[in-house]
Design a protein around this ligand. Structure first.
Ligand code: NAD
Ligand code: LMR
Length: 329
């Protein structure tokens, strides 16, 4: 076991996703079974009591890896010395809204949090934005990075990847674990493109195994793109446990290199690959090359269908970026 615990900040700790996420982190699911953690629960002052209650429950689990907790609504303390920052805290959308409708309300949160992370976290802090619209919120936070590494500001599309894997697995009559290299391009929004052309089932092209192009290009894409809405319509609240699980997957893959070789969906700052404007937080097929190191997979052949889908989601992200131009100072 490593001796010094890793500090992990979770904003929105008193919220729905927080309630699923904190227990997974404390159990060692985020960073592996040999890494103790100190969890910083960051939320608004009015959520302090709720955070205290959650901490009592964390204590009552007697997790061997949980070496401490910090509750704070002060961002300096909240992000003080943290190694990992999971930015969940923000407003979820309700029925009838798109995630982009949250941009003006939630965007500002990420200016202050980006500044506080840059000033107080470890220099090589790794950031995952979950709060919606997560790509553009991550862009806003990344713009505050002076001391910290802008490459380490990422947003979550792993939930979309997991959703896509589940749909393909059901259709093909296999397990989710049999699906490889199913990555999502673009925005965490209805324009996202889960790239079924690259996906493999038991090492064979998924499109050949499924052999139903109409389903792949129609109902499959629509189901994945609209899954968040379907859950809100059914539950009256947005996805929480599955979102927490995907956040754990995103960081666990990045931190440990688990799934090395396979594609993982991460929304990361574009380096211009595939013609995506530099700096945009764009979900690419990524590969973890060593612990805490990712690369955008190069050389993927993109056919006309995929190109049109990628162009559409790029245009939407450019529109979102332009809508928050005044927050990118
Ligand atoms: P929730 O309303 O249950 O909880 C949000 C929490 O954030 C609350 O405790 C609130 O007090 C806190 N909060 C609000 N503003 C804050 C701030 N400035 N600083 C710190 N904490 C703050 O919401 P939830 O269901 O946990 O969802 C949180 C966010 O995650 C939403 O924006 C939702 O849309 C998003 N989400 C993203 C994905 C994804 O795949 N990227 C999936 C599911 C949900
Ligand atoms: C999801 O995809 O479940 C979340 O982004 C919540 C939402 O608003 O759809």
């Amino acid at each position: 076991m490593t001796t010094s615990p890793v500090r992990v900040a979770v904003t929105g700790a008193a919220g729905n996703i927080g309630y699923s996420l904190l227990f997974r982190i404390a159990n060692g699911d985020l960073l592996g079974p040999n890494t103790p953690v100190i969890i910083h629960l960051v939320d608004l002052p009015q959520a302090a009591d709720a955070c205290r209650g959650v901490v009592m429950e964390l204590e009552d689990c007697a997790f061997p890896l949980l070496h401490g907790t910090v509750i704070s609504s002060d961002l300096e303390t909240g992000f003080g010395d943290v190694d990992v920052a999971l930015l969940v805290g923000s407003k979820p959308r309700g029925p009838g809204m798109e995630r982009a409708d949250l941009l003006k309300d939630n965007g500002r949160i990420f200016i202050a949090q980006g500044q506080a992370i840059d000033a107080n976290a470890k220099e090589d802090v790794k950031v995952l934005v979950v709060g919606n619209p997560c790509n553009t919120n991550a862009l806003i936070a990344k713009h505050q990075a002076r001391r910290t590494n802008p490459r380490n500001y990422t947003a979550m599309t792993r939930l979309d990847q997991n959703r896509a894997m589940a749909q393909l697995a059901q259709k093909a009559g296999v397990y989710a674990a049999d699906i490889k290299n199913l990555a999502v391009w673009g925005n965490h929004s209805p324009t996202m493109f889960p790239d079924f052309f690259q996906a493999q089932i038991h090492g064979k092209p998924a499109a050949d195994v499924i052999n139903d192009a109409e389903w792949l290009q129609g109902p499959f894409l629509k189901t994945v793109q609209q899954r968040g809405k379907a859950i809100i319509d059914a539950r009256g609240k947005s996805s929480a446990a599955s979102a927490a699980s995907a956040a754990v997957d995103h960081i666990y893959s990045w931190a440990t290199g688990h799934m090395t070789g396979d594609y993982v969906s991460m929304a990361v700052p574009s380096d211009g690959s595939y013609g995506i404007p530099e700096g945009l937080i764009f979900s690419f097929p990524c590969r973890i090359t060593s612990p805490w190191s990712y690369e955008i997979v190069q050389g993927i052949e993109i056919n006309d269908f995929a190109q049109a889908a990628i162009q559409k989601t790029t245009a939407e992200l450019i529109e979102e970026r332009d809508a928050v131009a005044e927050m990118l100072g």
